[in-house]
Ligand binder design. Structure first.
Ligand code: SF4
Length: 402
């Protein structure tokens, strides 16, 4: 912006906004929402610098009238006005259901099917928008979800939890999401209904026959494995988590521990023991499937990194529904159903870094004056919980040296 950060004024902030959002010389322009997130971070930085070094904060604040002018909320003068310009209205569940029924299902206002309606694939469309609305995931995030990644079908629950893969999540950080059961049920019904019919139609006219190296998924096994059948009818189990990757993770964990990594949480001690004991497997030769199976089930290798936590799995103390494979000899935790009070949880410095990022993101979200109140309350509660964990971890690290 042509000046030192400590000399920046509101004009520089305005110029920065133009460059980030509109300037055609910028090959990486961003949307208003992204700029707003950046502006919050810049303001936080200058608030800190103001206190610490007496630097003037160039991010100006203004009072914005809301609720038809009856109230005012604090905002930034340079905040993009995308929400207002587009006259955003929040769609409540009743409004959403009406929009879905009329717009996608071809029903009239009394719930009867319109005779002239010719929807292309209403079950698919309804399941998709139901998932989008129910989970709050971004369009690309929800569209990238595989059937295998969907949460377990648990009809006794109002909400089910799933994990969004890092490669598909905004920011590249794997995270958990919640989904109302009806939304999951709609997706599963589509898989067994319209989708299955479409697949059968394609099979009947031989559309898949031209794919030479096709693999057909026969069923899902425990331990994040699937059974696939190739064109010659040979079946094999494909692991979604390789054993080698697990050993590599443990070797890295051991290195971090020996360089002084702090671990907190109820299973911290067990984590340290297992990581230490697992080093005896380094260089182990696996001659047979039985060797691999034995190694796979060794208690010292039952450590599963999650999002902001590490599961030191002990089936006797597990608070989630853990998955079993076909022979029930291998059990793995269901990280997508991880319960925060479980005695198997340990938190490494790496996990805490992930939690710190969550804290930062949530702190921005709870400051957003345009966010709906129920979501803000939920975020505030989560923010308090995460801050306590980070604090406990940091206190635990310094305590022995005080
Ligand atoms: S609840 Fe979480 S920590 Fe406990 S066993 Fe399940 S996945 Fe592991």
């Amino acid at each position: 912006m042509g000046c030192c950060w400590s000399d920046a004024t509101a004009d520089q902030v305005g110029a920065f906004k133009f460059w980030r959002i509109n300037d055609e010389r910028n090959p990486c322009r961003v949307t208003g929402g992204t700029f707003r997130g950046g502006l919050v971070a810049i303001n936080a930085f200058y608030e800190w610098a103001e206190r610490r070094y007496g630097v003037m904060n160039p991010v100006e604040r203004v009072a914005v009238p809301v609720a038809g002018g009856r109230r005012q909320v604090d905002s930034y003068r340079a905040a993009p006005r995308v929400g207002r310009d587009r006259d955003v209205k929040w769609l409540d569940p009743g409004g959403f259901t009406r929009w879905r029924d009329v717009g996608l299902c071809g029903l009239d206002l009394s719930g009867r099917e319109l005779s002239w309606w010719r929807g292309r694939s209403p079950q698919r469309d309804c399941a998709f928008v139901g998932g989008l609305y129910g989970t709050g995931l971004r369009l690309t995030e929800w569209a990238s979800m595989l059937v295998l990644e969907l949460p377990f079908d648990a009809s006794d629950r109002a909400f089910v939890t799933g994990q969004l893969a890092a490669a598909c999540a905004k920011g590249g950080v794997r995270r958990k999401y919640w989904m109302p059961y009806p939304a999951l049920s709609a997706v599963l019904s589509y898989g067994e209904g319209e989708r299955a019919a479409a697949v059968r139609r394609a099979q009947a006219v031989g559309r898949y026959d031209g794919v030479a190296d096709r693999l057909v998924v026969r069923r899902q096994l425990g331990g994040r494995r699937i059974e696939v059948v190739d064109v010659l009818g040979r079946s094999s189990a494909v692991s979604l988590d390789a054993l080698l990757a697990r050993l590599d993770n443990l070797a890295e964990a051991h290195q971090r521990l020996t360089s002084g990594e702090h671990v907190s949480g109820p299973a911290a001690e067990l984590y340290r023991d297992r990581v230490h004991n697992a080093q005896r497997f380094t260089g182990h030769v696996l001659a047979t499937h039985r060797d691999a199976r034995k190694l796979y089930t060794n208690p010292d290798l039952q450590i599963f990194p999650g999002v902001g936590m590490t599961c030191v799995f002990d089936p006797q103390r597990a608070a989630c529904r853990f998955s079993r494979d076909d022979t029930d000899s291998r059990r793995t935790p269901d990280l997508s159903d991880c319960q925060p009070y479980c005695a198997n949880i340990a938190r490494t410095d790496g996990d805490i870094d992930v939690l710190r990022e969550h804290v930062q993101r949530l702190a921005q979200l709870v400051d957003d004056p345009l966010a709906p109140e129920p979501r803000t309350q939920r975020d505030r509660h989560e923010l308090r919980r995460l801050r306590t964990m980070v604090l406990d971890h940091d206190n635990g690290r310094t305590a022995p040296h005080d």
